[in-house]
Design a binder for this molecule. Structure first.
Ligand code: OGA
Ligand code: ZN
Ligand code: ZN
Length: 370
C-alpha cells in the first residue's frame, strides 16, 4: 500500500507528528476544518528501517515507511508501511466480532470458566475470561467468596458498577412484595434485563450465595445466533424486528421507565449489535395495523427461536458461582423453584465498554511484558 493509494484527507488526519497530536495524550490538536481543502501528497520519500529518509531499496513497494510532504501547506508526515497495511478491526460490539453459538453443543471448548483465585492471580486467565465475555457473551467464575457485595467486587476487577433503580446491587430471592417477577419463585423465561432503560446496562453479574431449592436452574441463550438464524430463515420477520421500535416499560411506586427501541438493533451496515427481549416488560405498541401485525409475526418467530430448548445452555449455579454476561446479546433464564427452598443470588450491572477496555490493556501487557 502506497500513501498515494489512499485518500489524502484520511492520511493527513492520521498524521502522528507533534503539531497534529499532543505527544503526551496522543489526542488530536486540530479541527478537520483546519486542514487545506485542496490537500494532496506533494512529495513522497521512502524511509529505510532506521526511520531516516533514504533512497528506497528495491523500489517504492518495499519501503519500511514513507515521508509525505503535503501540498499546499508543506506539512510533513511520516507513516510506517506496517501501519498503512493494517486491516480494519470490526466493531467489537457487532456480530462480526463474536463467536456465535446456536446450542450448548456448539460451545466446543466447554464452559468458559475459572476459579476466582486463578482469575485474580493470573493476567492471562483474567484475559481469557474477559475475552470469553466479549466473544461468547459470558464467563463463569467459581469459588467467588460468599460475601455481601461480592458481585460488585467482581465488576470492579474489569470496570464499573452501573447503579439502577434496583440499587448498586440487587437481591434475587423471594421477596414479600416483589416489584419484579425475578424476585419470586416462578420460572423466568429467557430475557434481557432492563430493556426499558436507554442506555441499557450492557453487562449483568449474578453471584450465587445459596441455591438449595429444588429447581432454580439457570439457562443462557445466544440472542445474536438466534437473530442471525431468523435473518436466514425469515428475512421479513428479521426486518420487522430491526425496523420497528417498540416500547418497553417498567413501573413501581417510585419508578416509571420506558425505552423505545427495536428487539434486534443493527448498525448502519445491518450487522446485529443489540438484542432486547423481555416478555414481561414489552409495552403497548400503537402502530398502523399492518406494521403491528408484521411486528407481532416477527416477535413470535424470534421468540420461537429464543425459547427453543435446543438453543439453551442449562446449568445450575452453586454457592460461589458468579456469572458475568453480555446483556445486549445473551438471554438468561431460570426455572421455577420450590417456594420453601432457599435460593439467594446477588447481582449488579456493569458495562461492556469498561470490560473491553480492560481486555485491551491486558492484551497490550501480554504483547509487551514489563
Ligand atoms: C434476574 C434474573 C435469574 C435467576 O434477576 O434478572 O433473571 O437465576 N434472575 O434468578
Ligand atoms: Zn502532522
Ligand atoms: Zn433477569
Amino acid at each position: 500500500m502506497l500513501p498515494t493509494d489512499v485518500p489524502a484527507l484520511w492520511l493527513r488526519d492520521n498524521c502522528a507528528c507533534a503539531d497534529c497530536r499532543d505527544p503526551l495524550t496522543g489526542q488530536k490538536l486540530y479541527q478537520i476544518t483546519d486542514l487545506p481543502e485542496e490537500l494532496a501528497v506533494g512529495t513522497l520519500t521512502p524511509l529505510d528501517g532506521a526511520g531516516s529518509v533514504g533512497p528506497g531499496s528495491d523500489g517504492p513497494g518495499s519501503a519500511d515507511g514513507w515521508e509525505v510532504v503535503w501540498a499546499p501547506d508543506g506539512h510533513v508526515s511520516r507513516y510506517t508501511a506496517q501501519w498503512l497495511g493494517q486491516a480494519a478491526e470490526p466493531d467489537p460490539r457487532t456480530e462480526d466480532a463474536k463467536d456465535l453459538w446456536g446450542s450448548a453443543a456448539s460451545l466446543a471448548d466447554g464452559l468458559p470458566e475459572t476459579t476466582w483465585s486463578a482469575y485474580l492471580a493470573d493476567d492471562a486467565e483474567r484475559l481469557r475470561m474477559l475475552e470469553a465475555v466479549a466473544r461468547l457473551g459470558f464467563c463463569l467464575l467459581r469459588d467467588v467468596p460468599l460475601r455481601d457485595g461480592q458481585s460488585q467486587q467482581v465488576a470492579r476487577t474489569f470496570g464499573f458498577v452501573r447503579e439502577t433503580n434496583y440499587g448498586a446491587q440487587f437481591e434475587v430471592r423471594v421477596e414479600e412484595r416483589p416489584n419484579n417477577l425475578a424476585f419470586t419463585n416462578v420460572a423466568i423465561t429467557p430475557h434481557t434485563d432492563n430493556p426499558y432503560r436507554d442506555p441499557v446496562p450492557t453487562l449483568q453479574l449474578l453471584h450465587c450465595l445459596v441455591n438449595d431449592a429444588e429447581g432454580g436452574d439457570s439457562g443462557l441463550v445466544d440472542g445474536f445466533a438466534a437473530a442471525a438464524a431468523l435473518r436466514e430463515s425469515d428475512f421479513q420477520a428479521f426486518a420487522a424486528l430491526t425496523g420497528t421500535p417498540v416500547p418497553f416499560v417498567f413501573r413501581d411506586d417510585v419508578t416509571e421507565l420506558s425505552a423505545h427501541l427495536p428487539l434486534i438493533g443493527t448498525d448502519p451496515a445491518g450487522r446485529i449489535r443489540e438484542v432486547r427481549f423481555n416478555n414481561r416488560s414489552l409495552g403497548t405498541l400503537r402502530l398502523p395495523a399492518a406494521q403491528s401485525e408484521a411486528f407481532y409475526a416477527g416477535y413470535r418467530a424470534f421468540a420461537r427461536l429464543l425459547l427453543d430448548p435446543e438453543r439453551q445452555l442449562t446449568f445450575k449455579l452453586g454457592p460461589g458461582d458468579c456469572l458475568v454476561f453480555d446483556n445486549t446479546r445473551l438471554m438468561h433464564a431460570r426455572t421455577a423453584f420450590a417456594r420453601g427452598g432457599a435460593r439467594h443470588l446477588q447481582g449488579c450491572y456493569a458495562d461492556l465498554d469498561g470490560l473491553l477496555s480492560t481486555v485491551g490493556v491486558l492484551r497490550r501487557k501480554e504483547a509487551q511484558p514489563c
